[in-house]
Design a protein. Structure first.
Length: 177
């Protein structure tokens, strides 16, 4: 049985979602039982799903949140299209594409390369989460060795993403011996 406090909390959370730009048009539904919030519905991006969770978590009186909101697009989107959208978001957020690359596998985006700071890595992860079809973002970006590290060459970027030649002692100067 739903208590009066749960009903009040449910109305408060639903009203908050229904007035939030970027979330109000999705028709997300809220249920509260014993202070546990259950969110249901669909959004287009991982960023929106995270935004919803953060918004609801600020409401006082919540014991826990079960975010059952799924990420769905308007149709089929393949990994190549997800990767292309991620690159567009990275570009729009001024991520240095010479240093950080992306690949989508099953909707999980892997960021690879080198960054000058942790803030640059966070910016890239946030940007990637805004692309349609992204279900998760995993950073495999390493921090550069210092302020003089500079931009990666195309070869360095390729090898930081593929990483095969550094593991094989028979691979030298771009050739197998």
């Amino acid at each position: 049985m739903v208590s009066g406090n749960d009903k009040k909390l449910q109305r408060e959370i639903q009203a908050l979602i229904d007035k939030t730009n970027g979330l109000k048009d999705y028709g997300i539904k809220v249920q509260v039982q014993e202070g546990e919030v259950h969110l249901m519905g669909l959004v287009d991006t991982l960023h929106e799903r995270r935004q919803l969770h953060e918004l609801v978590s600020r409401v006082p009186g919540i014991r826990s949140i079960e975010n059952g909101v799924a990420i769905s697009t308007d149709g089929q989107i393949n990994d190549g299209e997800v990767t292309a959208e991620v690159y567009e978001e990275l570009k729009n957020n001024r991520v240095n594409l010479k240093n950080i690359g992306a690949e989508s596998i099953g909707g999980t985006v892997y960021l690879r390369g080198r960054a000058a700071s942790q803030a640059e890595i966070q910016n890239a992860m946030e940007a990637a989460s805004r692309a349609r079809g992204v279900r998760d973002v995993i950073s495999q970006v390493s921090l550069s060795a210092g302020p003089d590290a500079g931009d990666l060459t195309l070869r360095d970027l390729f090898h930081s993403q593929v990483n095969n030649d550094r593991e094989d002692p028979n691979f030298k100067d771009g050739l197998y011996e």
